[in-house]
Design a protein around this ligand. Structure first.
Ligand SMILES: O=C(O)C1=C[C@@H](OP(=O)(O)O)[C@@H](O)[C@H](O)C1
Ligand SMILES: C=C(OP(=O)(O)O)C(=O)O
Length: 450
């Protein structure tokens, strides 16, 4: 299916190691999770919200289109600067056409919670990657709102939702560590009278909780067991428009910083990166590998911790990443695997079952990425074991990215640190989360052909 923002054509790329070190200071685009939420929540609020630093990637543009189709007035005033005229909690209306969420799991899952708790019928679809991803994980808890769901076999998009404008408040324990599922349940709870309760045995990113509070909702977060949380939302809050400043995306900064760590002699800074502790597992893991990552100028911007990060190249050693850390770095395993391939000795990443249901089967695709470039890698249960080469990645392989932006960027970074060129079948999907990635990398000396 061709849609307005879909990457329009395949963009293959062959990457060779640069002759000189990478250097400079570059801002990465706004945080994807916070950008989606800022558009959705401001559409549900009363009044006008001003957003700065919004990620203008394909995924977030899908959310903007969907919220417009539901009745919000959303205007782009300049790069990253957007205004949303909200409809209020009961003001969204039936969309005239199918909502196309493109490549974005976050957009589809979070929107399900909103659609299930409004009294109209809507249909969501997505690109071939998203149509292959599980929606049952949100349909199951949301069915208790009284909404009706009709999906393809296996709970896949397209999905029709006949919502219920007066849902009961839900109480749900997450069976998978997923901020998307947690958020879908909480968003359905906005229209419910009473308290919606979500238990998460392992804490996942809390941008929904933080931003709903910012808009005036009452959200309580209490610790549960070892590292879990209970989140309680008071239904029918008066959500009031407010300004939002979106920090730089740590999941995007990851690629730039790992490139600097791996290309000999490099030193690169990324200012204004979001440092929410539920997002920084990659930086913890890289430091455990001996990476020279310095965080400075730590501050709070728009309610989220932010800092400037400088990476300096040096040798890395293997690491054992515990499963409990996975939610705080769930999108960063492909790039961590590239760092591990370059490191001295063996790395083990534990508890990666969720990687199998991302834009691609990221576990299988990351293994294929490494193996195609001469790295020995094993999968044992849900763990990945990477046998690092101690500095020289052989390279010379072709990487299949399977409509997955993070694989494309990881393959490019691997090419910068490899002895022989690394070819990438399609870089077009990078635009879903990191528009301008190739240009930005070239501005620090990557020398990538456009
Ligand atoms: O809530 C979010 O914004 C996200 C949650 C994560 O997905 P899961 O909830 O499926 O772990 C992550 O992979 C995705 O990129 C963004
Ligand atoms: C998994 C990701 O996103 P989503 O689930 O929103 O498609 C990602 O960006 O790596």
């Amino acid at each position: 299916m061709k849609t307005d923002h879909a990457p329009s054509s395949v963009r293959a790329l062959t990457v060779t190691a640069p002759r000189a070190p990478l250097s400079g200071s570059v801002h990465v685009p706004g945080d994807k999770s916070i950008s989606h939420r800022s558009l959705m929540f401001s559409a549900l609020a009363r009044g006008t919200t001003h957003i700065t630093g919004l990620l203008e990637g394909e995924d977030v543009l899908r959310t903007a289109d969907a919220m417009r189709a539901l009745g919000a007035s959303i205007t782009r005033n300049g790069p990253g600067t957007w205004t949303v005229q909200g409809c209020g909690l009961d003001g969204l209306g039936e969309p005239a056409d199918v909502l196309d969420m493109g490549n974005s799991g976050t957009a589809a899952r979070l929107l399900s919670g909103i659609l299930a708790s409004h009294g109209f019928t809507s249909v969501m679809t997505g690109d071939a990657s998203l149509r292959g991803r599980p929606m049952k994980r949100v349909m199951d808890p949301l069915a208790a709102t009284g909404a009706t769901f009709l999906a393809r076999r296996g709970g896949r998009l397209p999905l029709a939702i006949a919502g219920n404008a007066n849902p009961p408040p839900l109480s749900y324990r997450l069976p998978v560590a997923s901020a998307q599922v947690k958020s879908a349940v909480l968003l359905a709870g906005l229209n419910a009278v009473g308290e919606t309760r979500v238990e998460e045995p392992v804490a996942t990113r809390d941008h929904t909780e933080n931003m709903l509070r910012h808009f005036g909702a009452s959200v309580r977060v209490e610790p549960m067991g070892a590292g879990g949380r209970v989140i309680t939302l008071q239904g029918r809050p008066d959500l009031v428009a407010c300004d939002i400043v979106v920090p730089g995306d740590p999941s995007s900064a990851a690629f730039v910083l790992v490139a600097a760590l791996l290309v000999p002699g490099s030193r690169v800074s990324v200012p204004g990166v979001g440092l929410n502790p539920l997002r920084t597992g990659l930086f913890t893991s890289l430091r455990e590998m001996g990476a020279d990552l310095v965080i400075s100028n730590e501050r709070v911007e728009g309610g989220e911790p932010v800092g400037d990060i400088t990476a300096t190249a040096g040798s890395l050693h293997g690491v054992d990443v515990p499963a409990t850390r996975a939610p705080s770095m769930i999108d960063e395993y492909p790039i961590l695997a590239v760092a591990a391939a370059h490191a001295n000795g063996q790395s083990r990443f534990r508890g990666l079952e969720e990687l199998r249901v991302k834009e691609s089967d990221r576990l299988a695709a990351t293994v294929a990425l490494l193996e195609a470039n001469g790295i020995r890698v094993e999968v044992v249960g849900d763990d990945m074991i990477v046998h690092g080469t101690g500095g020289v990645i052989p390279g010379g392989g072709l990487v299949h990215t399977h409509m997955d932006h993070r694989l494309a960027m990881s393959a490019i970074i691997m090419g910068l640190a490899a002895a022989r060129p690394v070819s990438v079948d399609d870089t077009a999907f990078i635009d879903t989360s990191f528009p301008g990635f190739v240009t930005l990398m070239n501005s620090i000396g990557a020398g990538l052909g456009a």
